[in-house]
Design a protein around this ligand. Structure first.
Ligand SMILES: Nc1ncnc2c1ncn2[C@@H]1O[C@H](COP(=O)(O)OP(=O)(O)OP(=O)(O)O)[C@@H](O)[C@H]1O
Ligand SMILES: [Mg+2]
Length: 251
């Protein structure tokens, strides 16, 4: 008898990535190790330029590391070839950005189905899956609306539904509430954590908002391309959380 397979999130070893800008060399990620194996919402915080987006791009297969290993779910992506990465980005991971990137000419449900249609899937089956996801995200009565008839928070939820079409083990979100007001942001953070737990998805979210930390299980604080702090939020009150998530950490 084999035990049921444990949730496998992200495992990173000695990850490095630098960029050259003319004469200047920027070490955006300089030796990170991470084990993220719990479903639910995990925040990535830290000052501007600390490497948050670079880290997400590497995990999402949107950029390649200089060295180190990255495992996401079943996939080892640091040494994957281009066609492997293309498939991984479409089916193996969910990614949402600050801009919702929805197609204006398509309804909410068509936007959610799109990655599956591009992948050659069965439209009827895809419509069913997309519909349940939109329902789960509270958009059951908005499925036929085009993006311009939806609020910012609703558009972002459509983008999240789309990113979950293939039920990836990990969802990456780079400042997903950057274009939302504070009430809509608060709702989205709560929703992301709920969704992470109910669907067994690790949601790794970059945010600058200390208030987001109250919805997260765990907070990683980056500084100068390294993990400067990494803590579980359980038992911490909001003031304590906000303080710890934003305090400068000694290099
Ligand atoms: N494509 C690139 N070319 C050159 N330098 C880059 C590139 N992408 C990022 N950098 C540099 O790498 C460092 C880390 O950038 P990154 O975008 O990861 O920071 P961040 O933590 O996401 O910041 P912010 O909070 O402002 O979004 C910065 O010094 C940035 O200027
Ligand atoms: Mg960034």
């Amino acid at each position: 008898m084999t035990a049921p397979e444990a949730f496998r999130g992200i495992e990173i070893r000695d990850l490095r990535k630098s960029y050259s800008l003319g004469e200047r060399r920027v070490e955006a990620v300089r030796g990170m190790d991470l084990d993220l194996h719990e479903p639910g919402l995990c925040a990535v915080m830290g000052p501007s330029g600390s490497g948050k987006s670079t880290l997400l791009h590497l995990i999402g297969g949107l950029d390649r590391p200089d060295s180190g290993t990255i495992r996401v779910g079943d996939a080892r992506i640091d040494d994957m070839n281009e066609s492997g990465l293309t498939a991984f980005r479409r089916r193996g991971i969910g990614i949402v950005f600050q801009q919702f990137n929805l197609l204006a000419s398509m309804s909410a449900i068509e936007n959610v189905m799109l990655p599956g249609v591009l992948d050659g899937g069965n439209e009827r089956e895809l419509r069913g899956r997309a519909g349940s996801l939109l329902d789960e995200l509270g958009l059951g009565d908005r499925m036929e609306h085009r993006p311009d008839a939806l609020s910012g928070g609703e558009q972002q939820r459509v983008a999240i539904a789309r990113s979950l079409l293939f039920a990836p083990p990990v969802l990456l979100a780079d400042e997903p509430t950057g274009a939302l007001d504070s009430a809509a942001s608060d709702r989205l953070w709560g929703l992301l954590d709920e969704l992470g737990t109910s669907r067994e998805v690790l949601v790794l979210m970059v945010t600058h908002e200390p208030a987001a930390a109250t919805h997260c299980r765990r907070v990683l604080v980056l500084q100068d391309g390294r993990v400067a702090d990494d803590f579980q939020t359980e038992g911490m009150d909001e003031t304590e959380l906000a303080h710890r998530a934003t305090r400068p950490v000694r290099a």
